[in-house]
Design a protein around this ligand. Sequence first.
Ligand SMILES: *[C@@H]1O[C@H](CO)[C@@H](O)[C@H](O)[C@H]1NC(C)=O
Length: 337
Amino acid sequence: MKVAKDFKLISCLIIILCLLELTNCDTRRRQRRPNRRRRPNSRRRTTLPTTTAANSTPGRCERIVVPMCRGLVGYRRTYLPNEFGHTTQMQVYQSLEYLWPFMDIGCSRNFRVLACGMYLPKCPGNTGVEGGLKPCKETCKRARRCRAKMRELQSQWPTDFNCTALLPRKSKKCIPPVSERPRCANQHIKCQRNEHDFCQGLNFQLGMLPNMFLQCSKQDIHRELDEYRVLIDSGCSEHLAFLLCGIYQPFCTRAENPFALPCREICELVKSDCESTYSRLHGGLPWPGKLQCHRYPLSTDELWLCAMPGDTSLALTPEEALANGEISENGENSENQ
Ligand SMILES: *[C@@H]1O[C@H](CO)[C@@H](O)[C@H](O)[C@H]1NC(C)=O
């Protein structure tokens, strides 16, 4: 029942964090965000040699590396340049970054498929489709559920995402919709075992769902974490798993504040150890937005609680959570799934 009592507080915190995600950007980043006043198209035309690049560069298929799409959209290879004239995934990453929160927030699973598919069309293979397969009209229509959420958070539906201009599913020359999952919005915060293999052997065994990106599907979180396997395997930092597990499922604590994010200090350490490897393994992309350390509290912060890898006394153990009735025998929250 402690869970229910804390729910309001935590959901406020999550909303604040989520807003930070959307608004806590320096000017440089803000300029990149296409939908502030200027329309995406007008901005891109000013910064990228669009049509000329598209005409002079022969199209090619390549492996998707941008973190908000890689491993999460049902196909692995994309065709570039895209219709916006982006020739590299770095350009795509910069255009997609401001949409990342809406892919996670649970307004529609099809929003990710749409946003990724528009910018990273699927490699056409032998379908004969010029320029790669874009999302189907139906995929786009389902994704439009996110419009309300975007308005609520002072953003707007990208003008480039025109559902009417897309092919219908029955053409078989487009990326079909995925099934929607129940939304997170009314779900209670719950502590669950961090079940991902990276998260085994940490002092913290329980993590919170939904996370601060408002992802509530363990399956979605695990798929995203899986994409860090190459970085983990590179051995760049012994604390990388701690950082990832704590970001994707904030650690449940026995303190008054029921959860803790990894401290900024450990984030900075991991970042400095792994950034160049990440970039090398991902076609030169920058350190991903979700792992940007300014998002995480300093250990000296009085308002937020954070966790370091060696913190043993802070962790809520499964036995304690069980005794409090917060989880059931199998480590799952009792009202789960
Ligand atoms: C969307 O696409 C349709 C069909 O191509 C076109 O008629 C319409 O003007 C477009 N709408 C916008 C807002 O660009």
